[in-house]
Design a protein around this ligand. Structure first.
Ligand code: SAM
Length: 248
């Protein structure tokens, strides 16, 4: 997976890309990252990347000409190097909420361009130059960089071989089953009067699996009933498909 990042602050990514499994993915070649600052395409002696909003109002707006020049420079360099053109993703609190299925899609996309805004955000006309708009959640940060790091981390860990233990991504929350993960315990067996469920020390794998499945269901039902609806809809869909196939 290649990530092209459009950002005024590439230095924010330095430690992130060197640390833990993201760092290993970088050295192992499963992840490559390229950065370009809109400042390189800024105007005038101050290399301005923003301007005052038409119609007045507070704050500054990122200029579309500067942003698109930066995005196109990354594409031109990629093409010259024989690399695929990146899918352009605008980071904005107005975008589609980032969820595990988007992380999974990014992890199999050859190249993704994450476009980070600052100030009041982008000139509206940038929207005609991107493939999609994604939000990290229903809150507003001062820039897109933290959102970009979150999206890189969530996507890269789904690339086979990056975590070393693929099972852990299949069973976890928001995975293929659509449920929240069951609770985990490790030593000590007793912590300030709180023990560990007996079944986990029973050695009976079938019982442990059944307990974990029940815990997953219960946890999802109480914490995220909206997810249960999706799981049930998916089960009904599978059943209907199987019935249709067996009928004809
Ligand atoms: N004025 C904009 C609005 O109300 O929609 C918010 C601009 S925000 C202060 C500046 C930049 O931070 C945005 O252009 C975007 O790139 C980034 N950003 C802020 N919150 C974000 C979020 N929840 N998800 C993704 N990017 C975000």
């Amino acid at each position: 997976m290649r990530v092209d990042v459009v950002t005024l602050f590439p230095e924010l990514f330095e430690t992130f890309l060197k640390t833990s499994f993201v760092g290993r993915a970088m050295t192992g070649g499963q992840l490559t990252a390229r950065f370009r600052s809109p400042r390189d395409f800024g105007l005038g002696k101050h290399k301005s990347v923003d301007d005052t909003p038409y119609g007045g109002g507070s704050g500054m707006v990122m200029r579309v000409d500067v942003m698109v020049a930066c995005m196109e420079a990354l594409d031109t360099e990629a093409e010259a190097a024989g690399l695929p053109r990146a899918r352009r993703v605008l980071l904005t609190p107005q975008g589609t909420p980032f969820v595990q299925s988007i992380a999974a899609r990014f992890s199999t996309t050859p190249a993704v361009m994450l476009i980070c805004g600052r100030y009041e955000g982008f000139d509206e006309r940038i929207r005609g130059f991107v493939d999609e708009e994604v939000s990290l959640g229903d809150f507003v940060m001062t820039g897109g960089e933290v959102a970009a790091m979150a999206m890189i981390e969530a996507s890269v860990r789904l690339i086979p071989g990056v975590l070393g233990n693929e099972e852990s991504t299949h069973e976890e929350s928001h995975g293929e089953g659509g449920l929240l993960e069951y609770p985990h315990y490790t030593r000590p067996a007793d912590f300030r009067g709180q023990g560990v469920p007996e079944v986990l020390a029973s050695g009976n794998h079938a019982h442990i699996a059944a307990w974990r499945r029940a815990q997953s269901m219960e946890r999802t039902r109480t914490r995220r009933p909206d997810l249960i609806e999706h799981v049930e809809a998916a089960v009904f869909e599978k059943l209907a498909k199987a019935r249709k196939e067996s009928a004809g």
